[in-house]
Design a protein around this ligand. Structure first.
Ligand SMILES: *Cc1c(COP(=O)(O)O)cnc(C)c1O
Length: 403
């Protein structure tokens, strides 16, 4: 498998070599876009043999993929040390929900990090609940409370690092170790760093989930998700995805694969730019807190330095006092930052967000903060010139101060 061939290379090289050793992509740099619902068999014996094998890389029917999707799976597997395979899903959320459904059964309890992506929380509170799966939220920064939250029926733990919107870095090796000792599966949403910046399975997690829509696609033109795992859980994920009928289009897979090839340089550039902008924001009198583990002196920075090999352009900041209308004046004045969901594309985005509705255990404002310091903005830093982005933000602050 491509993943094994590539393991002697460093991650940046694997971004380029991954998924290119399949027999269909030997004669061209990129695998052909193989649009097919129907694959043809040589004869009846061939038909029967393929039906019973259900192996990766073997034609059966379009729903089990074709060389374009397999090339992307192989490239992602090559990037994740410890992975036996990768399953693709039509969105990041489908990867999260599909993985949880593959792991959990009626009567199980799922522990969900309180700072998980809001739709992940909704899936736990909605769909999973209707299937008889219970959930408990926990503060991933409080190891004692986390350990105490396990019960006999706890089957899985849903982690995310850094936490959505508020960017806390939790101690993944410790959380995963406790989960394993308790006999629970640990899943982690690794969309922020991707496998390039954080080796999720290498740090003890069982299933690594990435919204490819963000950094891997990288161009705001495609939606997809992936889950990678070692042999045992990979089999379960793949079977679950097959039974749910998940399949991604070869055109989308080619777009994501194209994005993957340049992800290393994009993330490097976006991280550097984000750090410069975070430092600039930290020096503004209107800003109470910059929430970025890449910024030295912030909570989570030490864990980020210990466990991560990279960052990205996504971080948040909190205004000092003020109200929502003032926050909107700032955001509305921005020209280079679009207002919109998603992130990880080549273009910068800004998003005002409120934390209270999406937390059950972690207080907001955080302990020790001013009670008025609650109005937050998330920035996704793109590939524009850093100075232009800072000048744009300075205009935003001018608008904020006009009132
Ligand atoms: C966007 C996002 C997802 C979901 O990805 P989609 O492709 O939009 O479904 C999952 N996790 C995190 C942290 C995200 O930001």
């Amino acid at each position: 498998m491509a993943g094994e061939d590539d393991s002697r290379y460093r991650p940046a090289t694997r971004l380029v070599t991954g998924g290119r050793s399949g027999s269909f992509s030997r004669d061209v740099v990129n695998p052909p876009i193989w649009r097919a619902s129907t694959h043809l068999y040589a004869d009846c014996a061939d038909l029967r043999a393929r039906k019973s094998s259900n192996e990766d890389g073997s034609f059966f029917y379009g729903r089990r993929g074709a060389p374009t999707q397999w090339a992307l799976c192989d490239a992602l597997t090559a990037l994740e040390p410890g992975a036996a395979g990768t399953v693709l899903y039509p969105s990041g959320l489908a990867a999260l929900a599909g993985s949880l459904l593959a792991v959990l059964r009626s009567g199980d309890v799922l522990l969900v990090a309180d700072n998980a992506y809001d739709p992940t929380r909704s899936t736990a509170m909605g769909l999973l609940k209707t299937f008889g799966i219970e959930h408990r939220f926990f503060d991933p920064l409080d190891l004692e409370a986390y350990e105490a939250a396990f019960c006999e029926r706890t089957r899985a733990v849903m982690l995310e690092v850094p936490g959505s919107l508020t960017m806390e870095v939790c101690d993944i090796p410790a959380l995963a170790r406790i989960a394993r000792a308790k006999g629970a599966v640990s899943l982690v949403d690794n969309t922020w760093a991707t496998a390039l910046g954080f080796a999720a399975l290498g740090h003890g997690c069982d299933i690594a989930i990435t919204a490819l829509t963000k950094h891997v696609g990288g161009h705001s033109d495609v939606m997809m998700g992936a889950a990678s795992a070692g042999k045992r859980w990979y089999r379960r994920l793949r079977l679950g995805a097959q039974q749910l009928g998940h399949v991604v289009s070869p055109d989308d897979a080619a777009l994501v694969l194209r994005g993957l090839r340049t992800m290393g340089v994009r993330l490097e550039r976006q991280s550097a730019s984000a750090l410069a902008i975070a430092e600039w924001l930290a020096s503004r009198k209107e800003v109470a807190h910059v929430l970025s583990p890449m910024l030295s002196g912030t909570p989570g920075h030490a864990l980020w330095q210990r466990d991560f090999t990279g960052g990205c352009g996504l971080f948040s900041f909190v205004l000092k006092g003020r109200d929502d209308a003032v926050r909107c004046r700032l955001v509305d004045r921005l020209e280079l930052f679009g207002i919109g969901y998603s992130w990880g594309g080549f273009e910068s985005l800004a998003l005002p967000f409120d934390v209270e509705p999406v937390r059950s255990k972690m207080p907001w404002p955080k302990p020790g903060w001013g009670v008025e310091d609650r109005h937050a903005i998330r920035l996704s830093i793109g590939l524009e010139d850093t100075h232009d982005l800072i000048a744009d933000l300075a205009n935003g602050f001018a608008a904020l101060n006009e009132g």
